[in-house]
Design a protein around this ligand. Structure first.
Ligand SMILES: Cc1cc2nc3c(=O)[nH]c(=O)nc-3n(C[C@H](O)[C@H](O)[C@H](O)COP(=O)(O)OP(=O)(O)OC[C@H]3O[C@@H](n4cnc5c(N)ncnc54)[C@H](O)[C@@H]3O)c2cc1C
Length: 406
């Protein structure tokens, strides 16, 4: 019986297992490893960070979707993979050996070596980190009652990419609740996005990007653009404006909550395993395997896949992670059964929709441009589809977003 080891139970890993279980029953044994005993919808982390949703609403037990005849679950941290001996090293369990390994360990926050970023700002790349942000915010609001320090009411988000903007929108929705804790009017809580770009939202055309920026402004979210962050000190973001001399005096913006969403890289396990990677991402072969190792599949945020134009890899998203997982499961099943392998992996994006709070969104889906409530409706449908793909009907009914009428 073939041994398949899947590392990570996020979108890519769990979808691989769910799809494989049906295809290789009785012909292979699957072992799934994750550091948590729950799966989480990473695309909803900002809802937990803002306190708009409890962590329980974006998580479910991994065991819920496993078939115990085919799959064994191990809760542990993966340390490294040794492709030469086909071995996976875990923190607390014995080494695992495999015929096929699927690495799907996802992303971590990337600080780009900026001084003080790790020590003085809060990342948002896991449920624990999202919960820590919310706890910090609540504490700052409580502190304000005692200190009357206006910086306790200020929130800075470093990085106005997709994640930073979705977080800012969710925090705008949370203002009323946070203000109540501080005993102030919601208008006294400020949210500032700081980003190096001159033009935000590069994934959208000018019209849609302008719509997004105006939406943020309407919600009183300040945007400091063309700001090259050089250092984070406790309660202070220091930056240089684009085009300014190296020795020009730095600008600063103060807040007692500084959240870091400038970007992500693939799991550090990738470099610890000596795999050839850039920012923790391995450039996949046509069959989504690591170069020179056809038995090690790299899927989701630990992988880079080049579109046919060969210019830049596809952005890492939950959408492509699920698509890669489907392909990997099909390819592995064909090999286990000794059948013909599928042709090379191809990907077609279904679109991108950004939420700005619970009832506002904008983006492109199914070839059309959407704004406002229709976009918000589509966004929730997309999230429900992702949830259904790993969790099936049971998790969709329990955790899906059906608050569609506002
Ligand atoms: C706020 C936010 C909003 C987003 N919005 C969207 C969106 O609207 N649409 C979209 O398509 N994408 C979105 N994304 C991106 C998307 O979430 C990621 O691309 C996706 O989660 C990647 O899936 P994955 O399976 O590779 O990794 P993950 O979902 O990160 O899963 C990785 C898994 O590996 C486990 N793990 C990690 N390290 C170890 C270890 N050493 N040992 C054991 N287990 C480990 C983790 O616990 C986790 O279960 C968003 C991301 C964020 C943060």
């Amino acid at each position: 019986m073939k041994k398949i080891v899947v590392l990570g139970a996020g979108y890519a890993g769990l979808k691989t297992v769910v799809a494989l279980q049906k295809k290789v029953r009785g012909q292979a044994q699957i072992t799934l490893v994750d550091q948590n005993d729950y799966h989480y919808e990473a695309t909803d982390l900002h809802e937990v960070a803002s306190g708009n949703l409890p962590a329980s609403k974006i998580t479910y037990p991994i065991q819920d979707v496993l078939n115990s005849e085919t799959t064994t679950f191990i809760q542990d941290r993966v340390v490294k993979v040794d492709p030469a001996t086909k071995t996976v090293k875990l923190t607390h369990h014995d080494d695992l050996t495999y015929d096929y390994c699927v690495m799907a360990l996802g992303f971590v926050s990337e600080n780009f070596g900026i001084k003080g970023a790790t020590e003085n700002s809060l990342p948002m790349a896991s449920v624990e980190e999202a919960k820590a942000i919310h706890e910090h915010l609540v504490n700052k609001m409580k502190d304000y009652q005692r200190t009357q320090d206006k910086n306790d009411l200020k929130i800075i988000i470093c990085g106005a990419g997709f994640t930073g903007i979705e977080l800012a929108g969710a925090l705008a929705d949370a203002k009323r609740r946070l203000a109540k804790i501080a005993g102030v009017d919601p208008s006294q809580i400020s949210i500032t996005l700081v980003d190096a770009a001159s033009r935000l939202l590069p994934m959208f055309d000018d019209k849609l990007a302008n719509y997004g920026v105006n939406l943020l402004k309407k919600l009183d979210i300040k945007i400091v653009s063309e700001a090259l962050i050089s250092e984070i000190q406790p309660g202070l973001v220091l930056y240089k404006k684009k085009g300014e001399d190296d020795d020009a005096q730095l600008h600063d913006v103060a807040a007692n909550t500084i959240i870091w969403t400038t970007g992500v890289s693939g799991s550090p396990v990738v470099s610890d395993s000596d795999l050839p990677a850039r920012r923790g991402r391995v450039m996949d072969t046509d069959h989504l395997t690591a170069p020179d190792d056809d038995d090690l599949y790299m899927v989701g945020d630990v992988a880079a896949v080049m579109p046919p134009d060969g210019k830049r890899p596809y952005p890492t998203t939950a959408q492509i992670a699920l698509s890669m997982a489907n392909y990997a499961a099909k390819d592995i099943a064909a090999r286990v059964k000794g059948g013909q392998r599928p042709g090379k992996y191809t990907y077609k994006s279904l679109g991108t929709v950004a939420s700005v709070g619970n009832t506002r969104a904008f983006g492109v889906a199914m070839g059309g441009h959407y704004r406002g409530y229709p976009a918000s409706f589509i966004k929730k449908m997309i999230m429900n589809k992702s949830l259904f793909e790993t969790g099936g009907v049971k998790e969709l009914m329990a955790k899906g977003r059906f608050d569609l009428y506002h």
